[in-house]
Design a protein. Sequence first.
Length: 327
Amino acid sequence: MTQTTLRQHLQAQQTDTDLMILMEDIATACRMIADRVRHGAFAGVLGAAETENVQGETQKELDVISDELFQQVVGGNPSLAALVSEEVDEVNWRKTAPQAGDFVVYYDPLDGSSNLDVNLSVGTIFSIVRLNAAIAPEASAVQIKGTKQVAAGYAIYGPSTGLVITVGQGVDGFTHHPGSGEFLLTQPEMSIPPETKEFAINASRYDMWHPPVRNYIDDCLRGKNGPRGKTFNMRWCASMVADVHRILTRGGVFLYPADAGNAAQGGKLRLMYEANPMGMLVEQAGGASSTGLGRILEVAPTGHHQRVPVILGSREEVAVIEGYHKK
Ligand code: AHG
Ligand code: MN
Ligand code: MN
């Protein structure tokens, strides 16, 4: 293990000072969320909050607590124009007259929160865009394509607390060191093998899948003697952070397609808080991220809570799945 801290790493990458301070603020928020998650059972906050978020999903008490912590810690950053949260209806403007150089941060404060009650991994996902001109503080101004992200990452609250980031120069993984409180570099230059024999999908939705996804999974399941000519393994964590973390570690492909049950909303996962940041990380690690029809990062947003189909991971496998969509 190296003793490289998050700051030393960002300095070595010659990260802009404002961006570095913002990423450190996000890392602090994640450490505080990790602490709350860890003490969840003692604090009696593992259950539902009796509220729904703007997308009609039941919020867990820790969804709300995590969002508040993120707002408190990151919201005070002096170069922040706006916070845009999965759990909050409106854009949270931090400046009345955002300028070029200011940041917009999109985040999912607690991803995979249905896993809290069963003590499985959850996480926090974030995406950072830097404004290249002054803007009026209106919701349409934060509808910015994923290609404009200058940084993205996630914290994972698992057996250890991890932080995985990109500032557009590859992907690096850190582990929270409880003694010092620092995130120390433990997985430098994470890269996704181009080929895989492992897929992740919620197969309980089989009946609702559209033909391209159904045909792809059917062919994988036929194994060595089927059209794919190899035996596949399957994993599904119901926590995108945990699934993407596995893919960044050993490869694989992750699918949350649009299907008959979610097509009216565009899919399940959210473009700005989940698909774009994970898409950037996966691409920076040599993988690919697609809606099935094109690159996720090229999707022009129509609303900040927009949902999209998500297919990401080992690049040759993503290309195979895109092929099924073209057929
Ligand atoms: P969130 O907890 O932020 O709402 O996100 C949950 C997401 C994602 O983490 C996961 O991949 C997916 O929803 C799980 O969906 P299913 O419950 O349909 O498996
Ligand atoms: Mn989520
Ligand atoms: Mn969430």
